[in-house]
Design a protein around this ligand. Sequence first.
Ligand code: PMP
Length: 305
Amino acid sequence: MESEKIWFDGELVDFKDAQVHVLTHSLHYGLGAFEGIRCYERADGRRYIFRLREHIQRLFESCKICLMDLPYTVEELESACVETVQANSFQDCYLRPLAFLGHGKMGLSAVGNKTHVAIATWDWGAYLGEEGLNNGIRAKVSSFTRQHINSSMVKGKITGQYVNSILAKREVMNAGYDEAIMLDGEGFVSEASGENIFVVYRGRVLTTPTGASILAGITRDTVMQLLGERDIEVVETRFSRDMLYTADEIFMSGTAAEITPVREVDDRQIGDGQPGPITKLIQEAYFDLVRGSSDAHPEWLTLVE
Ligand code: PMP
């Protein structure tokens, strides 16, 4: 996880100097916002950050939801991300912008505590493993319910909300599975602990609606646009757990997990147990865009050098 430099409140500092006080408000109560972004070396040998604008905009939205004022503009934080990648020597890397409330008042409202922003980078290979990326993962439905839309603000990527995801992830990993799928309060499939879900069911591609209890993933949006451009419609609809068991194909989308096929849910094999044709098509289209040579969406690529 170590890098040379971390961007911290407007300056690039050495990795070891990016420190906070133990009375940092967000450390105690979980009010903070973050992003997960990837930068890839593409076929032309240059590094590009994928969908940087949309990630920084979502960071601002997460902060707005939390009533946290970011002391920067979208453009300033975009430039800060580019500078952070430039200051480190990774070929491909993951970027983690984080906004959090500093120390000061310890009451819950903490009005007046400073909002700090840090941007770290690290080398992160396939989040759910190379084997999972190529051949599919084994998922399990967690006993933990995804938060209700009026108890957590799920459209925000808010630090404290991830306790719910971590409980689900640890539960299924301890039971020997790779990833947790979470159901909402009514029992419909919501998303995985850190990914959105797509299901190919009776020939149609389904995904949980934006307005449901999911983070509206930027990779999810990329998948929907790429499938649409290939005349494959994605239907946003709620679906039940047993539809996972009898699906033709299932895949997950996320910045860290990229496009990961699911080969098993709750010990039921999905399709023939191999990544299906739509999964393979979208995986190929995605990787051609982020690290290949596709020129289909130049607006999604921010050149680093
Ligand atoms: N859902 C959750 C809960 C997540 O943490 C993530 C990862 N950010 C996603 C979905 C996928 O979002 P994105 O494609 O923007 O990375």
